[in-house]
Design a binder for this molecule. Structure first.
Ligand code: NDP
Ligand code: HSE
Length: 430
């Protein structure tokens, strides 16, 4: 008979510290729910001398991950070092050593999930990843279990707290992107290297994970068309407001017959929509289903205890199974590759912002290029003419048009002698 469940932890950073704290402060409640005490046996961290808040027992901390991965009394390994390598290899080693694994690592799950679930299946171990999308929001379990009877037709989601915080500040205070990012870093919201967040990759990984569950087929990060937020200017927020829109970085997955549209990019969304009102570091996920209707999940998508909530829930679920002698290996359907709708085939409305000389005939030439590419204009604003330079900012909203036509038109507009600059174009959703 087991007397307790041994836990090993890799990484004692933001999330790892939260997990260590919860395992200690909620030890009694967790033991009651699991049936056995959960004991944090070993924690590996790169720099063991770094000052940290977590209270650990003697000889628990090590700089050698192998001491966690092969510890005979560790039943569950929690990977919280982040990044692709060596996180993936550590999860593999934990599984091949017969241990269950829990991770919050969206990059590893989005890129190697199927490989790792298959490996876990072979070794009769469990691999859980609830914190990887939406932190403490119960998304993975909802998609896997509570929504299992549904056919999901679409996901529209704000999945990254850092970029949502930046876009919210830019919208509310009229700041530019670079200074808002700097402030977000100073406040500890954005990471020192914020590239994955800013360029939309973090959101794309999360969209892959949700889409695999929602559409029950295999998608990979390369399937997602991905654009970040660094091109958004303060002016775009002014025009968005004027047209009745907010600007958000959205993750979109839509089923269209046998194809799925998968994209991450900034969008104009109506200001009165629910997603437009999601501000700051909050995340929100709208799911359209055939049985449960339209559902919205809303909550903080980042933070030490937010993520720890989901990580410890995964640990608890595994611990309960160990206590009951239940073997719960992940389900894998390796051969069902999802078909992605090419980005060039999507149809949506577009916002274009151009800089052009302020003189007769300019608008006519611009609208001819759009018309030649089957793009119909729904409205035009011309303001903020620079009298000295005799230039104007021209903003155009289109009716629904095909992406391939819009890309062709953008190329032609850039070459048009009467266009100084195509300053931005943003897709419109909803
Ligand atoms: P941190 O950078 O705060 O923590 C990672 C820790 O792991 C650091 O202390 C780091 O040490 C250590 N580490 C890195 N590489 C190694 C290694 N090879 N061996 C031992 N220790 C190592 O990251 P977070 O806690 O923020 O994120 C952890 C995971 O959780 C990531 O996958 C992230 O995407 C995910 N996540 C994070 C959320 C959040 O709000 N922060 C929310 C949901 C998920 P050092 O500092 O010396 O590099
Ligand atoms: N960097 C992520 C964010 C952390 O800003 O949302 C949570 O996954």
């Amino acid at each position: 008979m087991k007397k307790n469940i041994g836990i090993g932890l890799l990484g004692l950073g933001t999330v790892g510290s939260g997990v260590a704290e919860v395992l200690v402060t909620k030890a009694d409640s967790l033991a009651e729910q699991a049936g056995l005490p959960l004991i944090l046996r070993k924690v590996a961290e790169r720099d063991v001398n770094k000052r940290r808040s977590a209270r650990l027992g003697p000889n628990v901390l090590t700089s050698n991950p192998e001491e966690v991965l092969s510890h005979p009394e560790v039943d569950i390994v929690i990977e919280l070092i982040g990044g692709e390598h060596p996180a993936k290899e550590y999860i593999e080693r934990a599984i091949t050593n017969g241990k269950h694994a829990v991770t919050a690592n969206k990059e590893v799950i989005a890129k190697y999930g199927y490989e790792l679930f298959s490996l876990a299946g072979k070794h009769n171990t469990d691999l859980r990843y609830e914190a990887s999308v939406g932190s403490g929001m119960p998304l993975i379990s909802s998609f896997q279990q509570e929504l299992a009877a549904n056919k999901i037709s679409a996901i529209h989601a704000i999945l990254n707290g850092t970029t949502n915080y930046i876009l919210t500040r830019m919208a509310q205070e009229g700041l530019d992107f670079a200074s808002t990012l700097k402030q977000a870093q100073e406040l500890g919201y954005a990471e020192a290297d914020p590239a994955n967040d800013i360029e939309g990759r973090d959101t794309a990984y999360k969209l892959v994970i949700l889409s695999n569950l929602a559409f029950r087929t295999k998608f990979v990060p390369q399937d997602v068309y991905c654009e970040g937020i660094s091109n958004i200017a303060a002016l775009d927020f002014l025009y968005a407001r004027e047209f009745g829109y907010a600007i958000k970085l959205l993750a979109i997955a839509k089923r269209d017959d046998d194809e799925v549209e998968m994209r991450v990019h900034p969008v104009f969304i109506p200001r009165d929509s629910q997603l437009a009102k999601v501000d700051g570091v909050y995340n929100a996920i709208e799911v359209e289903t055939d049985l449960a209707g339209k559902l919205v999940f809303y909550g903080e998508g980042a933070g030490s205890l937010r993520a720890a909530s989901a990580v410890v829930a995964d640990v608890l679920a595994i611990a309960r199974n160990i206590y009951r002698g239940v073997n719960n290996v992940p389900e894998v359907k390796l051969n069902q590759r999802g078909t992605v709708k090419p980005m060039s085939d999507i149809t949506t409305r577009y916002y274009l912002r151009l800089n052009a000389p302020d003189r007769p005939g300019v608008l006519a030439q611009i609208s001819k290029v759009l018309g030649d590419n089957s793009i119909s204009i729904s409205s035009v604003i011309q303001k903020e003419s620079d009298l000295a330079a005799q230039t104007a900012v021209i903003v155009i909203m289109t009716y629904p048009a095909e992406e391939k036509g819009v890309q062709k038109a953008l190329k032609q507009l850039k070459q048009l002698p009467v266009v100084n600059e195509v300053s931005n174009f943003i897709r419109v959703e909803g």
